[in-house]
Ligand binder design. Structure first.
Ligand SMILES: [Ca+2]
Ligand SMILES: [Ca+2]
Ligand SMILES: [Ca+2]
Ligand SMILES: [Ca+2]
Length: 328
């Protein structure tokens, strides 16, 4: 009999206490003063998704995201007297008609000489936005390699921006962190995942992707069950239906494993194997075998695959007010 409950699986190894407190550096409380807490499912303990929780992962992939950049020079508009001091030109406010077209040209109007402009690339000429990066244009260096590039090594920060909607959904907002070429920290919107994590298990309801906003999975497909609320080791979970395709995912808890990542050493994490097939469009990148490790009280600490070389490791997190890595 291969399938057995997680609890009994862990008990076989090192005793039930390990299951309860083993995966994180958890504060110890004596049994006497144990507070009465709401009963959480195993998956709620291993992927808490409460409002404000956040995780920062180092992500390595074999596909690329173009770095954001400030495209072209920007018009500063014709000089004007800001009579009502609201920072913009209003009708009847006097202005200098530098280009002799008998109207006021503001920063958002098409630039014509000799209207002043911010010469971002310092070449003395006005350069109109052209849709691609040119030398001198400021960019957000999300892979930290010092040059404008398409990035495949990313720092992804996800924050629970909404939880406990009437539908029971949790919204995980992703941002790619980086540093602008002028030295200021910055971020790019990355992705938004919808989860639920309740008595029905940990379920992924869809995804809006930076690269392809057509793939709002929730609109096309049934949700994908990543784990049962109380996962059974060795028991596969199948999520099948997806409109227009035969896309499906099989997920199975393979056991527990210690994981060492920059955010810390996490013992007895749940290791899931996921096999996805039949996804198309940009979802195709999910096809294949991948692994995910979840640490108790922390969440997703590591994943690998499905493509070779793809991985995600937890750099830092703040979950239920606890910071990882902890203070040494
Ligand atoms: Ca440009
Ligand atoms: Ca004018
Ligand atoms: Ca210029
Ligand atoms: Ca770069």
């Amino acid at each position: 009999m291969r399938a057995r409950t997680l609890k009994s699986a862990v008990c076989l190894g090192a005793g039930a206490l390990l299951l309860i407190g083993g995966c994180t550096k958890k504060k110890s409380t004596s049994p006497v003063e144990e507070p009465v807490e709401p009963t959480l499912t195993v998956m709620q303990q291993y992927f808490p998704l409460d409002y404000g929780d956040s995780w920062t992962w180092e992500v390595i992939r074999d596909y690329w995201i173009p770095e954001e950049f400030v495209d072209g020079d920007s018009s500063l508009g014709e000089p004007f007297t800001d009579v009502n001091q609201n920072g913009r030109h209003d009708d009847l406010e006097p202005y200098e008609d530098l280009n002799d077209n008998q109207k006021y040209d503001g920063p958002n109007d098409p630039w014509t000489p000799p209207v002043p402009f911010a010469d971002r690339n310092a070449n003395g000429d006005y350069d109109a936005p052209n849709g691609y990066w040119n030398q001198g244009e400021s960019f957000l260096d999300i892979d930290g390699n010092g040059v404008y590039s398409w990035a495949d090594t990313l720092t992804l920060c996800a924050t629970v921006s909404q939880s406990g909607t009437p539908e029971g959904l949790t919204t995980l907002d992703g941002r790619l962190l980086g540093t602008y070429s002028d030295g200021h920290p910055g971020e790019m919107w990355a992705e938004l995942d919808l989860y639920s994590n309740d008595s029905l298990g940990l379920i992924w309801h869809g995804h809006i992707d930076l690269e392809d906003t057509r793939d709002f999975l929730g609109a096309l497909c049934e949700p994908v069950e990543i784990a049962a609320a109380e996962p059974l080791e060795g028991e596969p979970i199948l999520s099948t239906h997806c409109l227009f395709t035969n896309a499906g995912v099989i997920s199975v808890l393979e056991g527990t494993e210690d994981v060492n990542v920059p955010a810390g050493d996490f013992e007895d994490c749940l290791r899931f194997k996921l096999y996805a097939t039949g996804w198309d469009w940009s979802m195709e990148k999910y096809n294949g075998v991948s692994y995910r490790w979840y640490a108790k009280d922390v969440g997703l600490v590591k994943s690998t695959g499905p493509r070779s070389g793809e991985s995600r490791v937890l750099k830092s997190a703040v979950v239920s007010g606890v910071s990882y890595p902890g203070v040494p």
